[in-house]
Write a protein that binds this ligand. Structure first.
Ligand code: URP
Ligand code: ZN
Ligand code: ZN
Length: 473
């Protein structure tokens, strides 16, 4: 059995900060303590002056997702590799609900993820609903999938009506599952899109004008109300508007079992970015908002209103007609150029799975907006708890998987597409000066990233079967 001893690090968990050594035996943490020793054949890593963090858990990714006549440009190998370089060792992505049923849908995603490079789990999109589908939902729990994503937008495509969401919530309650919700007002959005196109407004900024913040605010409160009426928890994904944080706070203060996630892009960017000539790079749904929204979301992270920072990683090339070189091969995948001249045809989504920890550390921890312990809670521990993976993931305790990031708080990186491993041709944080970056990343005891070197491989990642009845935090 391979043994690794990490010496002299400062451990940062969601609750504590303390100096200790960590002994890893095989795939798990065996001991945490002072002056630990290891057999002579052990690999010893010196972490003096470094922090040890539990590997990041990203609850919201889209790998190899067919969309807008193309496919998200990171698959279950390239996206996982990028995640690892940024300090994330567990990712969750969303299965498309096929007409042939859940078993078929899950098997397609299991095939796609055979090349997984880090550990992973799935959520099931619930985009059609009838009595037969309702009866099939509990079979997902047997397959280790305990979460359903529903949409209140994308009329005629992904949306199911409020009655169906309410029924899904009741089924979830009975089986210890969790419903996740994309909260926007589909009816208002469809009306505004139709009017904008009729008026000849086709540029990227109209993506934001046709998806107003109040539509997300209204739908978030509706989500909380549905959850309360069904007496079932709900998790609001990609919260983007300050008013959504207000609604989350309102509902949580009243004991509603509602939790929320935001994503880095909603902390920094605004509709002004969509007005740039390359504005399509910032197109995702829900859209970028205002500086006041950015500030309110930061506040909600700091005061505990929002529980997680995911990424909604769903990258597309900015110009998919021009190949990039990826692992020595030229690759081009149709991307944002598909919507030149019509914002409704621009593939919705952004890269971010690698960016999340380094960007949040520099902008959140170094600036004093959040503490290092909050950083760990928001990027790892809370998601592990909410999604039924804790303490196997998201924890530095004996018996946990040895998913450990040796974090160098002094490492300076000029970030951008050249630095990023995400398989696309742009990065939202181009030229940002970062301080703090992963030095080494372990996945179940295996060193998979060492500075800029990749030691991982396709197939290293394991499917995480999740148990029902995860806590509401
Ligand atoms: O634009 C986005 N976010 N694409 C991914 C799908 C979703 O709604 O999360
Ligand atoms: Zn969504
Ligand atoms: Zn998403």
């Amino acid at each position: 059995m391979k043994t690794t001893l990490i010496k002299n690090g400062t451990l940062i968990t969601a609750a504590d900060t303390f100096k200790a050594d960590v002994l890893i035996e095989g795939e798990q943490i065996r001991l945490i303590g002072e002056n630990l020793s290891a057999p002579p054949e052990a690999f010893v890593a010196d972490a003096t002056g470094k922090f040890l963090l539990p590997g990041g858990v990203d609850p919201h990714c889209h790998f190899d997702l067919p969309m807008f006549g193309t496919v998200s440009s990171d698959d279950h190998y390239t996206g996982h590799k990028a995640a690892a370089f940024g300090g994330t060792t567990t990712v969750m992505d969303f299965i498309v609900q096929e007409a042939q049923g859940f078993e078929h849908s899950v098997s397609l995603w299991r095939e796609k993820s055979a090349k997984a490079a880090i550990d992973y789990s799935f959520h099931m999109n619930l985009t059609r609903f009838d009595e037969a589908i309702a009866a099939e939902i509990p079979s997902l729990v047997e397959m280790g999938i305990t979460t359903l994503k529903v949409f209140t937008a994308y009329n005629g495509r992904l949306r199911i009506d409020d009655g169906a969401i309410y029924k899904a919530l009741r089924i979830a309650r009975e089986h210890g599952m969790l419903v996740m919700i994309h909260a926007e007002n589909g009816d208002v959005i469809e009306t505004l899109i139709e009017e904008a196109l009729r008026a000849g407004q086709t540029s990227p900024e109209w993506h934001a004008h046709t998806r107003p913040a109040w539509s997300a605010v209204e739908a978030s409160l509706r989500a909380a109300a549905l959850a309360e009426m069904a007496d079932s928890p709900i998790y609001i994904v990609h919260m983007n508007a300050g008013g959504e944080a207000d609604m989350l706070q309102y509902a949580r203060e009243r004991g509603v079992k509602v939790m929320g996630e935001t994503c880095p892009q909603y902390l920094f960017f605004t509709v002004e970015h969509l007005k740039r000539p390359d504005g399509a790079k910032w197109i995702c749904s829900p859209p970028m908002r205002s500086e006041a929204d950015n500030a309110r979301l930061w506040q909600a992270l700091a005061d505990g209103t929002i529980q997680t920072v995911g990424t909604d990683h769903c990258p597309f090339f900015f110009d998919g007609s021009q190949p990039i070189v990826y692992e020595g091969q030229k690759i081009a995948i149709p991307g944002k150029e598909l919507g030149a001249g019509d914002f409704t045809k621009i593939p919705n989504g952004l890269p971010g799975v690698q960016d999340r920890l380094p960007i949040l550390w520099t902008t959140g921890v170094n600036s004093g907006k959040i503490t290092p312990n909050q950083f760990v809670a928001l990027t790892s521990t809370n998601a592990a708890k909410i999604f039924g993976l804790y303490p196997r993931k998201g924890a530095l305790v004996p018996g946990a998987d040895a998913d450990i990031v040796i974090w160098d708080p002094a490492k300076k990186v000029t970030y951008g597409v050249a630095h990023s491993q995400q398989r696309t041709d742009y990065n939202l944080y181009e030229g940002w000066e970062l301080t703090g970056y992963p030095e080494k990343v372990f996945l179940r005891g295996k060193l998979i990233v060492e500075n800029e070197q990749w030691h991982g491989k396709a197939g290293d990642g394991q499917f995480l079967k999740r148990a029902p009845a995860a806590p509401v935090i």
